[in-house]
Design a protein around this ligand. Structure first.
Ligand code: TYD
Length: 153
């Protein structure tokens, strides 16, 4: 099964949406395998948003992501990366369809509630960036046979 990284951004914490967002992933049937609160720093953000470091809005990204602690979490499931991206919705909250996290809770490109890994390769890199091995847990998900068909497992 795939694992993917989600960051609940400072706007999510400040707006009291932690429970709402985690509840959605839980109800979907994804398994929470790791979760911690942390304060992001310039160094980790330069690495995490390396593809955007040269953009004029990079300082705004940094300021926004450092504005308060974040919660990083690892979610596991079949095709978890694509499932979580679809649940997050497009980057711009004003364009994200209702029913997605950004579509339901965000009016902004920046203050868009969550970060979610965009590919299986990126997810592995991002998991290693934010979690130590002993912070990610492998344990039985007892309702597995009611979440998936036998031939999907
Ligand atoms: P990106 O990784 O492209 O989007 P996503 O979070 O949907 O994978 O962008 C990272 C963050 O950078 C995004 O959450 C908000 C900010 N951003 C802008 O403010 N303007 C932009 O044009 C882009 C592409 C990103």
């Amino acid at each position: 099964m795939e694992k993917t990284l989600v960051i609940l951004k400072p706007c999510c914490l400040q707006r009291g949406l932690i429970g709402e967002v985690i509840h959605r992933f839980e109800r979907k049937g994804l398994q929470l395998c790791g979760m911690k609160m942390m304060q992001l720093t310039d160094d980790i953000l330069r690495e995490h948003y390396a593809h955007l470091v040269e953009k004029p809005f990079f300082k705004r990204i940094k300021d926004s992501m450092e504005a308060s602690p974040v919660i990083v979490c690892c979610w596991k499931g079949i095709d978890a990366v694509q499932v979580v991206r679809a649940m997050a919705g497009p980057t711009n909250g004003r364009q994200a369809p209702p029913g997605t996290i950004r579509g339901d809770y965000s009016m902004s490109v920046q203050e868009n509630i969550v970060h979610a890994s965009d590919s299986v390769e990126t997810a592995a890199i991002e998991m290693a960036r934010f979690f130590n091995n002993d912070e990610v847990f492998e344990f039985n998900q007892y309702q597995l046979e009611f979440l998936y068909a036998n031939d999907e497992l």
